[in-house]
Design a protein around this ligand. Structure first.
Ligand SMILES: [Fe+2]
Length: 244
């Protein structure tokens, strides 16, 4: 399995504080069946902005420690960008990283409101060949109340990433209900951990996947945890995978 949304770089955002915590998280991810993952630190105003280059350097440095300890997790660089009007400029200036340098950008929304610029920013990204992968739609109140918005965005070319732990209730009841609904309606492109550590925002990938299999079957789950993340990681078109 490939994890396209993960906070594992020590001391960078609200992920692990130390290298020891990062290594412990990596070991758990491997135990849960993940062999490759994209480190996606937050790109918002809450944390210092780290350039795409800095993320790549930090990934390389953590990778060398993983190799030293023979932990078989292959890391790649990315960001989780909070939606804002300047994202395209930030991408072109090298401040913001797409997922492993691909055409795919992990994007998060404000939780409660569908701001007027939301549609415009998504349209601009798509028009410039950048495909937003919307992080954890099941957690946004605006999607919980209006899941049909996701249908429209998917038709425009956006992809969606469900967080595994939402499926077992670790993100609250509303997120769990919404996660089940979105999965059953075929509105989810891929599943990731969005793990931040082993004490809070834990991976819960195996349990989440088990629940997903109960809801939509093994083959759909395989597409969401292998085929779609692999296409993202390798900058391939999604037409090669069977999206809903
Ligand atoms: Fe995240």
């Amino acid at each position: 399995m490939i994890d396209i949304h993960l906070h594992i770089l020590p001391g960078v955002d609200d992920g692990p504080a130390t290298i020891q915590e990062a290594l412990a998280l990596a070991v758990t991810l491997v135990q849960e069946g993940i062999h490759a993952a994209i480190a996606t630190p937050h790109y918002n105003d809450e944390f210092p902005h780290r350039s795409a280059n800095e993320i790549r350097e930090r990934v390389a440095s953590l990778q060398s420690v993983l190799n030293q300890y023979r932990i078989p997790l292959h890391l790649f660089a990315g960001h989780e960008a909070l939606i804002q009007p300047e994202l395209l400029n930030d991408l072109y200036a090298g401040r913001l990283a797409t997922l492993n340098g691909s055409r795919y950008l992990l994007l998060e929304l404000w939780n409660t409101s569908w701001l007027p610029e939301t549609d415009r920013v998504i349209f601009e990204l798509l028009a410039n060949g950048i495909i937003p992968v919307l992080a954890h739609p099941e957690r946004y109140r605006t999607i919980q109340h209006h899941p049909e918005r996701l249908q429209t965005l998917l038709q425009q070319g956006l992809l969606t990433q469900l967080t595994a732990s939402s499926l077992i209730g670790l993100q609250g009841n509303s997120a769990q209900k919404c996660a089940e609904l979105l999965l059953k309606k075929g509105l989810i492109s891929c599943i990731a951990s969005d793990a931040h550590g082993l004490t809070r925002r834990i991976p819960a990938v195996a349990r989440g996947m088990q629940r997903a299999v109960e809801l939509v079957g093994q083959e759909r789950v395989r597409q969401m945890v292998e085929a779609c993340p692999s296409a993202i990681l390798n900058n391939q078109s999604m037409y090669a995978t069977s999206q809903p």
